[in-house]
Design a protein around this ligand. Structure first.
Ligand code: BTN
Length: 323
């Protein structure tokens, strides 16, 4: 999607009807370009009403992300933050040298090349999700960050439950699910030394409202917050997620994952379930999930006993349904 299409979407975000002339004036382009940009949005699955002879509008108003509002909501954290209308990927942005502070937040309205775990892409439409990344410099080396991804999932679950999504659960290592459908994903990328200081870029994508086209494009079963009846403002929700994450990352840095392991297991949708573990390179194993250890490794019981499996490229599937 070109920046013009995204700028058009931003102009329409208040939900009111705007004429082609008015939009062409504000965007400083021709009416034909406005029409092309509207078509581009439609092709990308973003619903725009084109009302003959009158103009364009979105089906409903969307609350745009607002750096000033976020700064006010998070003032006590003194966290440098930016909101970008469009970027390839918030994780990539922080990894590619735009990181000037030990802790830094960037959120995007639109990601043109959002990335997921295991080389997958992450799809989200303007206004229909939260996509953001938090860079966090740990004095611990990478070797000590084993439970980090589980901590991030826990922060999301705690917040969503506070907002009323009370059946939200975790799927090891860090997916957030509702009835085994994916609601949020976490991509953590590390830079630094195994033993010296390391920076984690923690990227989170949370589905707020997915439309039919997007559901068709995503190759797994998905959920969104609107299905769960949660009507949170985007800025308020983002601020709460960042606040919870901030608190839990501080705790993790100080005390590791061990004090959080029981709470994490309590929210694990696959606890004591029979699963397949895809180990990468076409290998897999089957067994019963028996919790997580103090480093965040999944404990799997097989005929040979209970063995820990670490995150990375390992992926979990329910045995009964292969979800
Ligand atoms: C997953 O595969 O489950 C992880 C998805 C992570 C998506 C988020 S969206 C914000 C951040 N930027 C990216 O490119 N990816 C992460």
């Amino acid at each position: 999607m070109r920046p013009l299409a995204i700028e058009l979407w931003r102009q329409l975000a208040d939900g009111t009807l705007k004429s082609g002339d008015e939009l062409a004036g504000v965007l400083n382009v021709s009416r034909g370009s406005v029409m092309n940009a509207a078509n581009e949005l439609l092709e990308a699955g973003v619903n725009v009403y084109k009302i003959r002879g009158q103009g364009y509008r979105l089906p409903q108003a969307v609350e745009l992300l607002d750096a000033a509002q976020l700064n006010t909501l998070l003032a006590d954290l003194a966290l440098p933050l930016e909101v970008l209308p469009v970027i390839d990927s918030t994780n990539t942005w922080l990894l590619q040298g735009r990181r000037e502070q030990p802790r830094q937040l960037v959120a995007a309205e639109v990601q043109l090349a959002g990335r997921g775990r295991r080389g997958r892409s992450w799809l989200a439409s303007p206004g229909g999700s939260l996509t953001f990344s938090l860079a966090w410099r740990f004095s611990l080396g990478m070797a000590a960050l084993g439970g980090l991804s589980l901590v991030v999932g826990l922060a999301i679950v705690r917040v969503l439950r506070r907002f009323g999504a009370d059946e939200v659960m975790l799927k090891w290592p860090n997916d957030v699910v509702h009835q085994y459908r994916k609601l949020a994903g976490v991509l953590i990328e590390l830079q630094g030394d195994m033993l010296g200081p390391a920076t984690a870029v923690v990227g989170i994508g949370l589905n707020l409202t997915l439309d039919t086209l997007q559901r068709q494009q995503i190759d797994q079963s998905v959920a969104d917050l609107s299905m769960l009846g949660v009507q949170a403002g985007r800025n308020a929700l983002l601020a709460e997620l960042v606040r919870e994450l901030h608190g839990l990352l501080q705790q993790f840095e100080h005390s590791g994952f061990a004090p959080l392991a029981d709470e994490w297991t309590h929210y694990h949708a696959y606890h004591n379930k029979s699963v397949r573990l895809l180990l990468g390179g076409g290998q897999e194993t089957q067994g019963w999930v028996r919790g997580v250890n103090d480093q965040g490794a999944l404990l799997l019981e097989t005929a040979e006993g209970i063995k820990p499996y670490h995150g990375g490229e390992v992926s979990l599937r329910r045995l009964e349904s292969a979800l």
